[in-house]
Design a protein around this ligand. Structure first.
Ligand SMILES: Cc1cc2nc3c(=O)[nH]c(=O)nc-3n(C[C@H](O)[C@H](O)[C@H](O)COP(=O)(O)OP(=O)(O)OC[C@H]3O[C@@H](n4cnc5c(N)ncnc54)[C@H](O)[C@@H]3O)c2cc1C
Length: 407
């Protein structure tokens, strides 16, 4: 919409996709307003990767070094056997894209904080409110937004970056239009105390029944732990139960899991950042309707097991902002955004065969077989195979250059 002076847009969700979009829109002379439902910035979350084209976007934003300085220091991933010993190890990647642990890895909350700091001067942030209604002006001049707590207001566009369960998306797309495809797994994350026996590897332990315990280092002297287990395919897990109910379910499920299970369960009892999710992918046939567009997890969540959520959010925000700045008509911009992003998203959502079940076997024999495969893949003689298996398709997009549109 270059013909108009400083279009005003409302962005719902201040995590990764929302602030990145605000950053780029401001560079093209737009006025972004960010709306976050939580009362303050949510700083929780664990180690996330910034890879490939996502890393290139971070570079173009001038925050690559900040991400590196705030890095988790994770050395790579080690798979742990029933006796507590190492079955196989894969060191962190050394390139923009490679490795189960990306070279550029940061806590989700630290990245969100960094992005908000970078945009605080140029975007208006509003916390503790959300969109309850969207009415497009029939004359085509904008969209009137109703809020839970503030008076109605008009914007040129509304962009939903409010995550996998986006309620802004639900206001324009029916529940039967957007599929949230369950991956049949529930994950609970929380921060637990670090002990002298911990190291800086991501440690992954499988217990029978498809249960998995993960321990990962962080840069602040604690350990980021997660417990995962199969749920029914409807995705109805514990995420909507109270925290105490979630803890009780985990205690029952992991009582006999072995390795560090009891330590993690004790840590989860005291953790104040416990967060559970039935993991899944968002499949939406369209990422816009009228003057409302979707991005990040709200549009194309690939799930935490893809290792691509953050890179998709960064790249999607960059491309959407560039296309909006490049076109006079928002419909052309939304079309351009989908044309560029669809193939990239399809690659990221196309998980390797059997994932996540293959890495979370149910039977002791399945765990043995998984470990055997890991030993083969981690052997230097297996050449590039191990790296290929553990590297998501993060660089498979020809990132456009919109620098001529900057103001
Ligand atoms: C607290 C938290 C912890 C996370 N931890 C991990 C993790 O450990 N590992 C991992 O792989 N991924 C994690 N994620 C998801 C990860 O951030 C995303 O997959 C990815 O970075 C894409 O980000 P996004 O900005 O599209 O969506 P999200 O990161 O999901 O952010 C959505 C934002 O929108 C806000 N919001 C929700 N509803 C509304 C509404 N109606 N109006 C306004 N705002 C709203 C949310 O509070 C949140 O800040 C976490 C997300 C959150 C919010």
């Amino acid at each position: 919409m270059p013909s108009r002076t400083a279009p005003r847009v409302l962005i719902a969700g201040a995590s990764i996709a929302g602030p990145t979009l605000a950053y780029w829109l401001h560079r093209y002379g737009w006025q972004p307003v960010l709306l976050e439902r939580a009362a303050e910035l949510r700083t929780g979350g664990q180690n996330i990767d910034v890879r490939g084209a996502g890393r290139e976007v971070a570079r173009r934003m001038g925050i690559e070094d900040d991400i590196r300085s705030a890095g988790t220091g994770e050395l790579g991933i080690r798979f742990i056997g029933g006796d507590g010993g190492t079955v196989a190890r894969f060191p962190a990647g050394t390139s923009d894209t490679a490795g189960a642990t990306a070279e550029l890895e940061i806590l989700r909350g630290d990245l969100a904080q960094l992005l908000v700091e970078r945009t605080a001067e140029h975007a208006e942030y509003r916390f503790g409110d959300w969109v309850t209604g969207l009415h497009e002006d029939p004359a085509g001049s904008g969209v009137t937004v109703s809020f839970a707590h503030a008076p109605d207001e008009q914007f040129d566009l509304v962009l939903a970056a409010d995550g996998i369960g986006s309620s802004t998306r639900s206001l324009v797309f029916g529940d039967d239009e957007v599929e949230i495809r369950s991956l049949g797994m529930e994950i609970t994350w929380a921060t637990i105390p670090r002990t002298a026996a911990d190291d800086d590897w991501w440690r992954w332990y499988n217990a029978p029944g498809g249960r998995t315990i993960n321990l990962r280092p962080d840069p602040v002297g604690t350990i980021r732990a997660s417990l995962s287990y199969p749920n029914d395919r409807n995705g109805s897990g514990t995420e909507y139960s109270s925290l105490d109910e979630q803890r009780a379910v985990l205690r029952e499920r992991f009582a006999d899991a072995g390795w560090e299970a009891s330590r993690v369960l004790d840590g989860f009892d005291k953790a104040d950042d416990l967060y559970s999710q039935s993991i899944g992918q968002v499949r939406a046939p369209q990422w816009s309707r009228g003057r409302v567009g979707l991005l990040g997890d709200a549009a194309y969540c690939a799930s935490p097991v893809s290792g691509m959520g953050t890179s998709l959010a960064l790249v999607g925000a960059y491309v959407l902002a560039g296309e909006l700045a490049a076109h006079v008509d928002h419909r052309d911009a939304f079309r351009g955004y989908e044309r560029i992003m669809r193939p990239y998203v399809a690659q990221a959502q196309n998980l390797p065969p059997g994932v996540p079940r293959i890495a979370n076997p149910r039977s002791p024999a399945g765990i043995k077989l998984f470990h055997l495969g890991l030993r083969v893949a981690s052997n230097p003689l297996a050449g590039k195979l191990g790296e290929r298996l553990s590297t998501p398709p993060a660089d498979q997009i020809d990132l456009p250059n919109y620098s001529h549109l900057e103001r």
